[in-house]
Design a protein around this ligand. Structure first.
Ligand code: FES
Length: 98
C-alpha cells in the first residue's frame, strides 16, 4: 500500500501517513488535525485549507463548483482548496484557513 505524508502548518499537530487516494475528509479527524468539516459536500466552506505550492500543482484541479466557492472565500489564493473535495494524492502540508 502506497502512502503519502500529511503535515500541518499549525503547531501541535504531528505529520502522519495516509493511504494514497484516501478522502481527506476521512483521514483528517479531529484528534490529529486542525481541520474541521461541516457539510462534506463542498457547500459550506468550513474545511477551507491552503496547500503548499508543490501539492497545489500535483492535486487534481478543483471542479467548477469548488472554484466558485473558493473564489468567494479565498479570492486570489492559488493553493486554497476545500479539504472535503480532495483525496490524499501526494505529500502535502496543509494550513487550515478558518
Ligand atoms: S465541509 Fe463543507 S465545504 Fe467542505
Amino acid at each position: 500500500m502506497k502512502t503519502v505524508r500529511i503535515s500541518f502548518n499549525q503547531d501541535g499537530f504531528a505529520p502522519f501517513e495516509a493511504k494514497e487516494g484516501a478522502e481527506l475528509s476521512d483521514v483528517l479527524d479531529g484528534t490529529h488535525s486542525p481541520v474541521f468539516f461541516g457539510c462534506k459536500t463542498g457547500n459550506c466552506g468550513t474545511c477551507l485549507i491552503e496547500l503548499d505550492p508543490a501539492a497545489t500543482e500535483k492535486m487534481a484541479p478543483p471542479s467548477e463548483d469548488e472554484k466558485d466557492l473558493l473564489d468567494a472565500l479565498a479570492p486570489g489564493r492559488k493553493g486554497a482548496r476545500l479539504a472535503c473535495q480532495l483525496k490524499a494524492q501526494c505529500d502535502v502540508t496543509i494550513s487550515y484557513l478558518n
